[in-house]
Write a protein that binds this ligand. Structure first.
Ligand code: WQD
Length: 340
């Protein structure tokens, strides 16, 4: 059985990916210092899979502590690196926090892969590396533009570090560019746990609907789009998770065609903010309390994916539609409310 180290395993995408890996026969360990995540998520993983996963509460910026995990687990066949700060707005206010955390932690984990000869590496990247694209859908060959935030820049630099490390023969690597991950596991038990006021659209919607927030704001309705609000490619977190299992499978069978391959993980559909709100109101049978506010600095107007490469090379086929994304997000919010 192949053993996979997941960094950020207590996080939103990390926890869903651990569930998918276990369901596909992998042995998993996690490193997560819980600075932005809740260790109790491991109980949710156990509730779904029946497996309890060991999490090493280690700061990846501490090389010695990170190396000690590899010394204790010399049989790691692959690493999936999620651990990073990811709030666009916070990164604008505090760029050095993002440069230090996101880049030093990546360098440390790559150094350990080199020292301990870990053959396969999957990097959590983001559509934010495209900046504000001239047109959508974007393919993996779309020219990367200047990142619109320090967070986005750390993902551009991170991709380069992984690509050059793979070219140097440290490992074979896959870069996965997520579009907008939303929703929660259909079985419940795990989902998004924003810390403080949610920055992202879907948790802002569900927290407003459940009454945790008094009202949500739509950041701009005067964009050059069909209804004036921004367009994004929303993709279910379980579809994102399964892509990681497929990427590891491709690497372990040495099917990759380059030392470092890159894939867009999006549904291929673009939806406006108002379309997402309308869909939520339809599935929840509730009226959402929102108002229109000023545009949010750094927002991209329109971006959605051409996902044909992932469909063909990874045999990845997204399963969830927008209604199911919103339904699972809403079910999770209601479950959290019941736990109070
Ligand atoms: C989506 C749309 C907002 C909140 C970011 C990162 C990306 C990825 C996903 C990590 C925008 C609007 C939002 C609200 C709103 N993160 N919105 N009111 O900015 O597309 O992507 O998160 O990988 O890398 O860049 O996601 O959900 O914040 O915004 O109107 O209360 O919803 O203006 O148009 P975003 P988002």
């Amino acid at each position: 059985m192949q053993k996979i180290l997941v960094t950020g395993g207590c996080g939103y995408i990390g926890s869903h990916t651990i569930v998918d890996l276990i369901e596909n026969g992998y042995d998993v360990i996690s490193i997560d210092n819980n600075s932005r995540s809740n260790p109790e998520i491991m109980q949710g993983i156990a509730a779904i899979t029946g497996k309890s996963i060991k999490n090493y509460k280690v700061d990846l910026c501490n090389f010695e502590e990170t190396q000690a995990v590899f010394q204790e687990n010399t049989d790691i066949d692959g690493v999936i690196h999620f651990a990073a700060f990811k709030a666009v707005g916070e990164s604008v206010e505090n760029p050095l926090l993002y440069f230090n955390n996101n880049i030093v932690s990546l360098i440390n984990i790559v150094k350990c892969c080199d020292i301990f000869s870990v053959p396969h590496f999957v990097f959590s990247s983001s559509c934010t590396v495209y900046g504000n694209p001239d047109e959508s859908p974007v393919t993996e060959n779309t020219q990367l533009k200047k990142a619109t935030s320090p967070y986005g820049y750390t993902k551009q630099v991170g991709e380069e570090i992984v690509e050059q490390s793979a070219a140097a023969g440290i490992f074979n690597a896959t870069l996965l560019r997520y579009f907008n991950p939303v929703g929660a596991h259909p079985k419940g038990h795990i989902g998004e746990l924003p810390i403080g006021k949610p920055a992202n659209l879907v948790p802002a919607i569900t927290q407003t609907a459940i009454g945790k927030l008094p009202q949500m704001q739509v950041f701009g309705n005067d964009y050059p789009t069909k209804d004036g609000s921004c367009v994004r490619d929303y993709i279910h977190v379980c579809d994102i998770a399964h892509a990681h299992t497929l990427a590891l499978h491709r690497l372990s069978k040495n099917k990759q065609e380059e030392a470092c391959e890159v894939f867009n993980l999006g549904s291929g559909n673009g939806y406006t903010v108002f379309e997402v709100i309308d869909t939520f109101e339809k599935i929840s049978q509730t009226k959402l309390n929102f108002s229109v506010a000023a545009r949010r600095p750094g927002d991209v107007i329109t971006i959605f994916a051409n996902n044909e490469k992932a469909q063909e090379k990874l045999s990845w086929h997204p399963r969830f539609n927008l209604e199911e994304m919103m339904q699972t997000a809403w079910n999770w919010e209601k479950q959290l409310d019941n736990l109070k």
